[in-house]
Design a protein around this ligand. Sequence first.
Ligand SMILES: [Zn+2]
Length: 321
Amino acid sequence: MHLDGALRTGTLFRFAEEQGRLSPGETLETFDDRVRAAPGCTTLEEFLKPFDLLGPLLSAKGTMVRAAHEVVVDLHAQGVIHAEPRFAPSLMTSPGRSVDDVVDEALEGLRRGIAETGMSAGLILCIFRAGSPEDAASTVRAAIRRRDHGVVGIDLAGPEACPAAPFLHAFRMARDAGLGITLHAGEACGPENIAEAVDAFGATRIGHGLTLWKDPALLARIVDADVAIESCPTSNIHTGQVRNLTEHPFRRYLDAGAALTLSTDDPALSRITSCSEWAACAAAFGLDRNDFLTLNRNAIRHAFVSPGVRAALERRLETPT
Ligand SMILES: [Zn+2]
């Protein structure tokens, strides 16, 4: 789940007000349309449009403390027991606010949320695929410095048509430092990007992996290697990758024994919640209680956490209160 795609409209409205970014006469209702994807949206360009505003809004000092805090509180309210929200700090810098400052704000907000809810959580920092290798290196350095203080992994996100290769060095640094590795791959492009993410980048989790079914040999390899597939089905409709849930390979992956997980990607943009996504997918894919447990066991097995936290999460899942 992208942290910047999961924020309350009211909070963003307040940020816009403080920064003088509201249009004359703008109300919470009209503003809502600017920070969420258009209802019925089915193209990636249309879906990503709110980020043109979200990036600048979150580039002001202090905003990420509140944003990260609220995300943890909101997830806890939906029954989530562990979260690893992600964002690209290089897209939220401004004069006097470095990548390190952005990450420290988010960690402060995360800590407040954890203290308030008792949830566990860690941050994944995204390298922006359309950005520079220099930004990637500063993102990874910021992550390594905070590896024992709440940053748990590195992701590659953004337009998938941009080549991943320029970021290989940054990912090697992250891997050598013991950070978790996940890459968005096979969302808007073919399964060759999934193979690259696993073989060259050392990813143990793949964001979306939507086109994996097109290469059955690779699917079998991913199942054998127990690489997680972070599935976000409703997002795939909104970005125009599938027309509806019936077309989605979710069931196929689950039946193949893949380490499939279920998440929301950008819940605020998609106007969904974790609960509504579980309900929609349970209905569309015929998920029963065993499937629910399997998907969450997969998520816990692949969470970027210490063995102690993993064991505690497993106990929580198997003995719900
Ligand atoms: Zn994503």
